[in-house]
Design a protein. Structure first.
Length: 400
């Protein structure tokens, strides 16, 4: 499903949308993007698209020679990982699930909590494995500044929409899924370079004003290269963060289930920029709340709390810059969800499905399933972007 939105007086390039009921705020942001002089070909809006900061979440753009920090996002490297276990669904008991969930809550810090001790230096991304003094501060000043704090955050979930789920697949096996990112490291890098970009754009008398939140950096400039170096470091940190949590969870499973093994591991980003070739040209593809979906590439599309998630295979659609959605996508803001959703109704949705969860009070409603779009509609809208390999249903949920 794809709709082309183009009015010559409003858009310099077309907007291609896979969205049902595109909200006005997201459309306005897409139009702002479409009028940037370095945008390549068109704007692509994935079916989970909704208004973000500067650029819609669920948006994909390609640029020639420029990088936009806010088109990557604040949580650089936020993404998903999932692993298929050797446990058959029919052999997995609810009592065992509850014990495992309890241990995960004890061993993996969530929200603003960090580990009480720093991780081993060898667990950090390779630039710092020799020792912190080997960090090239001229190339990665923010990552160097935040390094000590980051060693306490590796292997922690974070808050917001981050989660850990134990799931049953329609392939007959139990799966483990994690959604998390680069923690405070990515946030600090994003804020620093967006501020620097705003300052430079003011000096250049750029038509991109602060109100549009789309300040940019030339990719071949010293500052642009610095941002890309720091972004890459955050991507590696986020990847290792998810991996470390997965190793902790697998260890917990092994403590309760003899002969436990895993058969497949997938670990992907959905907030990043990468130099890729599209329509015959090398361009900077920014995926903000969107996932790479090249031909044959295996990916993860999670639902909202208590709904289905999917292991998918990319179809390599050039019109989406070989991308797909990163999830269900919000239909309510966090405050709106707390104000309008009913706590007992949202708890009942999970209880009726037998899902082990932690919804206790109104503050938990910001990530309730009622705050999100229907994942079934989202998946139906991107049949030309991905094909479903495995459908997963949640058995236990831990939210950040």
């Amino acid at each position: 499903m794809k709709e082309v939105i183009y009015k010559q007086e409003e858009n310099k390039v077309p907007i291609k949308s896979w969205v049902t009921g595109l909200e006005d705020g997201a459309l306005k942001q897409a139009k702002n993007l479409s009028n940037l002089p370095f945008i390549f070909k068109h704007i692509a809006l994935m079916p989970d698209c909704h208004q973000g900061y500067g650029m819609p979440i669920g948006g994909v753009i390609a640029t020639k020679g420029y990088i936009i920090p806010n088109a990557v996002g604040v949580d650089i490297g936020c993404g998903m990982c999932a692993t298929k276990t050797n446990i058959r669904v029919e052999d997995f008991k609810t009592e065992t699930l509850k014990l495992i969930m309890g241990e995960i809550r004890k061993q993996i810090p969530v929200g603003f909590e960090h580990n009480k001790t720093a991780c081993d230096v060898i667990d950090m991304p390779y630039e710092t494995r020799l020792y912190k003094k080997d960090f090239n501060n001229s190339l990665t000043p923010i990552c160097a500044q935040e390094y000590d704090s980051a060693t306490y955050q590796l292997g922690t979930l974070g808050g917001g929409n981050h989660f850990i789920e134990i799931q049953k697949g329609d392939d007959g096996f139990i799966w483990i899924m994690i959604h998390s990112g680069s923690r405070n490291l990515g946030k600090k890098v994003a804020e620093y370079y967006n501020k620097k970009a705003e300052e430079l754009n003011e000096e250049w008398f750029s038509e991109v004003k602060k109100g549009k939140e789309l300040a940019f950096l030339p990719s071949d400039s010293e500052l642009g290269k610095q941002y890309l170096d720091e972004m890459e470091y955050c991507l590696r940190f986020a990847y290792l963060n998810r991996y470390k949590m997965m190793m902790t969870i697998e260890h917990i499973f092994k403590s309760f289930i003899s002969e436990f093994t895993t058969q497949q591991f997938i670990n992907i980003h959905h907030n990043y920029a990468a130099l890729e070739n599209h329509f015959g040209e090398n361009v900077w593809v920014h995926r903000k709340g969107a996932t790479s979906a090249r031909v044959g590439e295996v990916g993860i599309i999670p639902g909202s709390q208590g709904t289905s998630s999917y292991i998918v295979e990319g179809l390599g659609n050039p019109e989406s810059f070989e991308s797909c959605s990163h999830g269900a996508g919000r239909r309510m803001g966090r405050n709106e969800a707390k104000k309008n959703l009913n706590l007992e109704d949202e708890k009942k949705k999970l209880d009726d499905k037998g899902i082990v969860h932690g919804i206790r009070n109104i503050s938990d409603l910001d990530e309730a399933s009622g705050a999100y779009k229907d994942i079934n509609v989202v998946m139906d809208n991107q049949k030309d972007l991905v094909k479903i390999l495995v459908k997963l249903e949640p058995l236990g949920v831990i939210k950040g």
